[in-house]
Design a protein around this ligand. Structure first.
Ligand code: NAG
Ligand code: NAG
Ligand code: NAG
Ligand code: NAG
Ligand code: NAG
Ligand code: NAG
Ligand code: NAG
Length: 397
């Protein structure tokens, strides 16, 4: 049950008598009361509250809620959701498989999702999913884990075709597969003061240990990530798992500042075509993939591979223009050698990557056994074609 309250509205209406009508805003408040049992789905109650308070209203979630069907924040237009309790996603992976989202932000304009008290938690509940058994295949020579029936879990919070979205001051835990995806020409997306935690992730195989991604950005502009802690832990604490920030094609004006990635397998990397290849889809139809104007600053890096470039798409012409990595503090791990790789087929030829105006500035800490030769010598290497225009400033030799 939720309790719409129009107190704020009536107060403003009486105020409006003496003020110009342009200052009249109906700030309705909808507070949702949880049914209080994990077996009962609170998602429809929250979805109704969002519809009732969608126009410039406030939805308050002070309790613990059981989420057994998708939440739809899309109708929220210029409204605010205050999450002060916990959204606990159900671990019914068969139900969720192939759904579009756990928490959908599709076509929203002006949504703020935040915790005022700092107690807001979104719990993806995926420890069991991380540890599920996967079918095993040795037919390809190397031991290899195949996709299983629960592989296609949706993204926890996909932000699609949306504008002016702010998500802040929330702890997000154990999302199956992916925490945030920004895609489909979203713009003005600000994600701040967030902690993303993964516990007990499987690590035993190259393919499956990268199953979980913190942020995947594609085909969108004006994106800000600020004060972000990504803390991914495997079931063996010495193994790095998942991806921190994957930058795909079609990006412009992206600024990532004050971020810590630990201990992810990939840190903040260009991963052209990464989103499609995760599902082993055919190469993207986008034949010219360009991302530009990206600044990554004050990055505390502790991943197996902290930065670098990958193009997963066969026979595409990937281009990155005006990318800067600055003020990197390397805690552990290494650089990523320019690396062209398809996770689905062993085709290593005919990839093209072009890099224009790429800067590396002020690197500190334990640079490890960096693939530094890549930056100074032959970055394109043996299989590859393209253009490299890298610049260095205050980066140890
Ligand atoms: C997002 O909304 C658009 C327009 O309503 C719709 O066509 C699309 O299927 C939705 N995408 C997802 C992933 O739900
Ligand atoms: C970017 O997203 C929009 C909206 O979903 C889509 O229409 C467009 O095709 C995408 N761009 C490319 C190059 O695929
Ligand atoms: C950074 O975000 C965390 C929550 O993840 C918050 O506790 C902290 O106050 C934020 N720091 C600043 C400087 O805002
Ligand atoms: C840089 O990042 C570190 C660690 O995330 C943080 O403590 C510090 O406040 C940040 N500094 C700036 C200037 O953002
Ligand atoms: C390069 O990108 C930065 C943002 O990271 C932007 O401020 C700057 O104007 C861009 N430079 C050019 C030449 O486009
Ligand atoms: C690839 O893209 C670059 C830069 O966008 C362009 O100069 C080059 O002509 C393209 N090459 C092909 C084969 O399309
Ligand atoms: C790469 O391109 C060449 C020439 O276009 C072609 O002959 C060759 O078969 C391609 N290789 C692969 C692995 O697709």
């Amino acid at each position: 049950m939720y309790l719409p309250s129009f107190l704020a509205l009536s107060a403003l209406v009486s105020l409006a008598i003496s003020t110009p009508s342009s200052s009249l805003h109906s700030r309705a408040t909808c507070t949702v009361t949880s049914q209080g049992f994990e077996g009962l789905d609170d998602a429809p109650l929250i979805n109704n509250a969002i519809k009732d308070c969608s126009a410039a209203g406030t939805i308050v979630l002070p309790q613990s809620y059981s989420i057994r069907s998708p939440l739809d924040l899309g109708p929220c237009q210029r409204c605010e959701i205050q999450l002060e309790g916990t959204l606990l996603i159900s671990d019914d992976w068969a139900f969720w498989n192939n759904k579009e989202a756990y928490i959908s932000v599709n076509g929203s304009r002006g949504l703020a999702l935040r915790s005022v008290t700092g107690n807001g938690v979104i719990d993806g509940h995926a420890k069991g999913w991380y540890q599920r058994s996967r079918p095993y295949d040795t037919s390809l020579g190397n031991p290899y884990y195949k996709r299983d029936a629960y592989f296609d879990q949706p993204v926890l919070i996909p932000i699609l075709g949306s504008e002016d979205i702010q998500i802040s001051n929330i702890l997000l835990k154990n999302a199956p597969r992916e925490f945030f995806r920004v895609d489909a020409m979203s713009k003005g997306i600000t994600l701040t003061d967030l902690t993303l935690l993964v516990e007990g992730h499987w690590y035993q195989d190259t393919w499956t240990r990268t199953e979980t991604t913190a942020f995947q950005l594609r085909n969108s502009s004006s994106i800000r990530l600020n004060n972000i802690t990504v803390d991914f832990r495997s079931s063996d604490n010495s193994a790095a798992v998942g991806s921190c920030v994957a930058l795909d094609w079609g990006l412009s004006d992206v600024a990532i500042n004050d971020i810590s990635c630990s201990t992810t397998y990939w840190g903040i990397v260009i991963q052209m075509g990464g989103l499609d290849i995760r599902k082993c889809l055919p190469p993207s139809p986008v034949s010219s993939q360009v991302s530009r104007d990206i600044l990554i600053s004050n990055y505390t890096a502790n991943s197996a591979w902290n930065l670098g470039f990958m193009n997963y798409d066969r026979e595409t012409n990937a281009t990155v223009i005006n990318l800067t990595y600055e003020d990197l503090n390397f805690v552990g791990g290494g650089y990523l050698q320019n690396f062209l790789y398809s996770g689905c087929e062993d085709v290593w030829q005919n990839y093209t990557e072009n890099y224009y105006n790429i800067w590396f500035k002020r690197f500190r800490g334990n640079l490890g056994d960096a693939a530094y030769a890549c930056f100074h010598h032959d970055c394109l290497g043996y299989w590859k074609k393209g253009h490299v225009d890298f610049h260095f400033e205050d980066v140890p030799p």
